[in-house]
Design a protein around this ligand. Structure first.
Ligand SMILES: *[C@@H]1O[C@H](CO)[C@@H](O)[C@H](O)[C@H]1NC(C)=O
Ligand SMILES: *[C@@H]1O[C@H](CO)[C@@H](O)[C@H](O)[C@H]1NC(C)=O
Ligand SMILES: *[C@@H]1O[C@H](CO)[C@@H](O)[C@H](O)[C@H]1NC(C)=O
Ligand SMILES: *[C@@H]1O[C@H](CO)[C@@H](O)[C@H](O)[C@H]1NC(C)=O
Length: 286
C-alpha cells in the first residue's frame, strides 16, 4: 500500500543505528527500563492505556530532557501511560549521533517518515504510522505539543468514565466554544481512541486531505468520515497560560489537566510551583 508508513530506518547512515531501529520496530526488543517493567507488572490494576506523543523537533534536546523529568515524576494508578517524543527525519550527522544515544538510553523516540515543515502532514503521518510502528495497541493516543504541561492524574481521572471507542477529546476551537461537535480540538493536546487511529491509517479520507492546518484537518477528517460520535471538550481544565492567547487563556486553576503555551522558563516555573510539583522534595543533609 502506498500509504504504508514506517519509522525511517533505511535512511539513517549508521549501520548500527539502522540495525537498532529495525530491531526496535519489528521485534520490539528495545531497551526496556525497569520503570516500564514495573508498569507492566501492575497492568492488571489499571483501567486503560494511553500513549502521549509529544510532537517536537530533533534539535530540542533541552526541552526533551526537561519533559522527561516533568513526566517521569508523575504517574496515575488507573492508567498505563507511555510518553514518546515524535519528530520527522533527521537531517544532520550530529542529530544521528545524539539521538541514537537518547534512544539507547530512554527508548522514547519515534522518528516518522516526513520532513519538519508546518502543515506538511506530520500529524497525519504520526497517527497513520502508529499501528505499524508500535508493537502493541493503546486504548487512547494523544498528540501533544512540547510547550504544554499535562497533569497525568487529573487527565486519567477525566478519561476513566469516557467511552474507549470513537472518542475525540481535547480543547475545542474556537476559544469560547463549548460545543465539541463543531470544528476541531486544539493542537495543544488532543486524544483519539485507538479505533480512530486505525481509521486514520486506513481510510482514504485523511490520506486525501493532508495539506493544511493539521489540527483543523483532524476535525475535518472525522466529520467527513462521520466518525467520533463521542466528543469531549475539557474546559476550563485545559487552557493556554494566563495572558498568552486571549479567550483561550485564563488563570491557573486547581482542577487543571493541561496548561499550554509554556514558552519561557518563568512560565514553566510558575506552573510547576502552582501545582506543587516539587513539593515532595525533602531537604537532605547534603
Ligand atoms: C517515505 O515517504 C516517501 C514519500 O511519501 C516515500 O516515497 C518513501 O517510500 C517512504 N519511505 C519509507 C521507508 O516508508
Ligand atoms: C495482578 O497482579 C498482581 C501482582 O502484580 C497479582 O498478585 C494478581 O494476582 C494479579 N491479578 C490478576 C487478576 O491477574
Ligand atoms: C482519494 O483520492 C483518490 C485519487 O485521487 C480517489 O480515487 C479517491 O476516490 C479519493 N477518495 C476519497 C474518499 O475522497
Ligand atoms: C499546593 O499546596 C498547597 C499547600 O498544601 C495547597 O493549599 C494547594 O491547594 C496546592 N495546590 C494545588 C494546585 O494542588
Amino acid at each position: 500500500m502506498h500509504r504504508r508508513r514506517q519509522v525511517l530506518a533505511a535512511l539513517l547512515p549508521s549501520i548500527f543505528f539502522s540495525l537498532f531501529f529495525l530491531v526496535y520496530i519489528f521485534f520490539n526488543v528495545g531497551v526496556k527500563s525497569s520503570l516500564v517493567a514495573s508498569k507492566q507488572s501492575t497492568l492488571n490494576h489499571t483501567s486503560f492505556s494511553l500513549l502521549i506523543g509529544i510532537l517536537t523537533r530533533p534539535d530540542n534536546y533541552d526541552r526533551r530532557h526537561f519533559l522527561r523529568l516533568v513526566y517521569g515524576i508523575q504517574s496515575s494508578p488507573i492508567a498505563e501511560i507511555d510518553m514518546k517524543f515524535v519528530f520527522c527525519k533527521l537531517t544532520k550527522d550530529e542529530q544521528r549521533l545524539l539521538i541514537s544515544l537518547e534512544i539507547l538510553r530512554y527508548n522514547d523516540i519515534i522518528i516518522l517518515n516526513c520532513t519538519e515543515n508546518m502543515n506538511s502532514g506530520k500529524t497525519y503521518t504520526y497517527f497513520s504510522s502508529l499501528p505499524y510502528v508500535l508493537s502493541r495497541r493503546y486504548d487512547y493516543v494523544m498528540k501533544a505539543d512540547d510547550d504544554i504541561f499535562i497533569r497525568l492524574l487529573p487527565l486519567s481521572l477525566s478519561l476513566k468514565p469516557l467511552p474507549r471507542r470513537d472518542l475525540y477529546y481535547g480543547f475545542v476551537i474556537p476559544c469560547n466554544s463549548m460545543n465539541p461537535y463543531v470544528d476541531y480540538m486544539s493542537g495543544m493536546g488532543f486524544l483519539l481512541s485507538w479505533d480512530l487511529v486505525e481509521w486514520i491509517g486506513s481510510s482514504d479520507i485523511p490520506a486525501n486531505n493532508t495539506y493544511g492546518p493539521e489540527d483543523r484537518l483532524v476535525g475535518k477528517w472525522l466529520n467527513l468520515g462521520n466518525k467520533a460520535k463521542n466528543r469531549f471538550s475539557n474546559k476550563p481544565a485545559m487552557y493556554d497560560y494566563p495572558g498568552t492567547n486571549g479567550r483561550c487563556s485564563h488563570e491557573l486553576i486547581p482542577e487543571t489537566i493541561a496548561v499550554h503555551r509554556l514558552k519561557r522558563w518563568d512560565q514553566w516555573r510558575n506552573a510547576l510551583l502552582y501545582f506543587n510539583v516539587t513539593r515532595g522534595l525533602h531537604l537532605s543533609n547534603m
